[in-house]
Ligand binder design. Structure first.
Ligand code: ADP
Length: 263
């Protein structure tokens, strides 16, 4: 009986070892896949703006007699692509800090109207071809959030709206109170996100396949937005079919500032 028992235990242990080995292999493959995706993304997304910057700087240097307009356009190109690099590096830093659990939001009472104004100012070049509308109630209570992180979230979402929605269309930022939370919504009139992908677009490196959506991108933006919003105690989700069968709406929920619990 003892022998049979010990055989069974040995068999169970062997099974356990095999299962663990399989899980470790799967984890290694997944880690390897993420590492390759990150490397591809870093090399591609750092190089694309750099190529434009180098080209524009070269044209400026080679053409001292260029008309004023052309010089301004080239300089503007350099600034915009430089800002794109800056956003990208910031996203990579946030991703690393989120991955290590090393991101501690500095929560403070925050005026959403001011935050929207500052994100809008930062993105004015990118949003040039669109019509940005801000729709806020007369009074909106303060939220409890980290202004730097929330601006990064808004900038990523506006960047997507400008990238995926056709030029000339409206992009609307609106906010309202919803129970004990504030709801911030960014709506565009672009192609929308297929219903099956609405949750997955918040996964690291996930990009909706096909068609017009194959624009430059890393698949990191929304994953970082989700990490940042959740680190601040909020929530984020995507809706589609708004307002007339197409379009994307990203909803962000944030806790309201309560003067009785936070000074
Ligand atoms: P990226 O834009 O760099 O690919 P994101 O994480 O920001 O990465 O977005 C993930 C995917 O979600 C995008 O690749 C795109 O397919 C889809 N998506 C995001 N925002 C929009 C939008 N406003 N309209 C249509 N599709 C969108």
């Amino acid at each position: 009986l003892l022998d049979a028992l010990s055989d069974q235990i040995a068999l169970a242990l062997e099974r356990l070892r095999l299962t663990e080995e399989l899980a470790a292999n799967r984890l290694a493959t997944e880690t390897e896949r993420l590492r390759t995706a990150l490397l591809n993304s870093v090399s591609h997304d750092l190089r694309t703006p750099l190529v434009t910057i180098i080209g524009a700087a070269g044209s400026l240097a080679a053409g001292p007699d260029l008309p004023c307009d052309a010089r301004r356009d080239l300089a503007e190109n350099i600034r915009e692509e430089g800002e794109r690099l800056d956003r990208y590096v910031q996203n990579l830093l946030d991703m690393t800090r989120l991955g290590h659990g090393a991101l501690t939001p500095r929560l403070a009472p925050l005026d959403l109207a001011e935050l929207i104004g500052s994100a809008r100012q930062r993105m004015r070049g990118v949003l040039r071809a669109h019509n940005l509308l801000v729709d806020l109630p007369d009074t909106l209570p303060l939220v409890l959030a980290d202004g730097v992180l929330l601006e990064q979230v808004l900038v990523n979402i506006l960047d997507n709206a400008a990238k995926y929605a056709p030029a000339g269309g409206d992009i609307v930022i609106s906010a309202r109170t919803a129970g004990a939370r504030a709801e911030l919504a960014i709506t565009d009139h672009g192609p929308g996100i297929p219903a099956a992908d609405l949750d997955r677009v918040f996964d690291m490196f996930y990009r909706v396949a096909g068609g017009d959506r194959q624009r430059a991108g890393t698949g990191l933006g929304l994953a970082i937005c989700k990490g940042l919003v959740e680190a601040m105690g909020g929530a984020i989700r995507a809706e589609t079919g708004w307002p007339d069968g197409t379009g994307t709406r990203i909803l962000i929920f944030l806790p309201l500032h309560n003067p009785e619990t936070t000074p």
